[in-house]
Design a protein around this ligand. Structure first.
Ligand code: COA
Length: 162
């Protein structure tokens, strides 16, 4: 069966793919205990962000494989890749889209989210600080940053050309 995957941009104020993104986030929350934000926060943040959605088109129609949502200042509000699509460079491509438009990219990650922390550190993000009680459930977070030297954009744009 032929399947194609492409990344589309959803501009701020546009709700396209919001429901699918919410459902993917909820699937991940239930399985992995991360991405615990509530619906109101999620919807509000989604609509204020530029969202990069990875869409798989197959015989049964479209399916959301992953998405990144970024604020105007390069802060990543959400990053999620469907477990079935992980380990294929999709998370990196979604961050690459963000890095194309922002010299500095930042985010928070739960201190217990080893997967995400290893992923971000692998891409060259640095832990800037730890914040206790960052999340509503009392969980702590690391604030991560990729510097303004253009290194991330360059590294990821090289990847995009492959
Ligand atoms: C974190 C997440 C987005 C990674 O997505 P992914 O598509 O599997 O990641 P990629 O395949 O693009 O990986 C990119 C690189 O990071 C590395 N990497 C990814 N996860 C890793 C891990 N757990 N440990 C070590 N390296 C890892 C990959 O090996 C790859 O390296 P390479 O470029 O040298 O080949 C995905 O696991 C996810 O959605 N997790 C749940 C949601 C979440 O935690 N989001 C972040 C909230 S802050």
């Amino acid at each position: 069966m032929s399947v194609t995957l492409d990344i589309r941009e959803v501009e701020p104020g546009n709700e396209d793919y919001e429901q699918q993104a919410w459902e993917l986030k909820e699937t991940i929350r239930k399985r992995e205990g991360v991405l615990k934000q509530r619906r109101g926060f999620f919807s509000d943040a989604y609509r204020r962000s530029t969202v990069h959605v990875a869409i798989e088109t197959g015989q049964d129609g479209e399916r959301l494989a992953g998405f990144s949502a970024v604020r105007r200042d390069g802060y990543i509000l959400f990053l999620a890749v469907d477990p079935e699509f992980r380990g294929r460079g999709l998370g990196k491509q979604l961050i690459a889209r963000v890095a194309e438009n922002h010299a500095t990219v930042t985010c928070h990650a739960r201190t217990t989210n080893e997967n995400a922390l290893k992923f971000y550190e692998h891409l060259g993000f640095e832990v800037k600080r730890r914040i206790d009680n960052y999340y509503e459930d009392g969980g702590g977070a690391y604030y991560l940053k990729h510097g303004s030297d253009g290194g991330l954009a360059q590294r990821l744009s090289e990847f995009m050309r492959r």
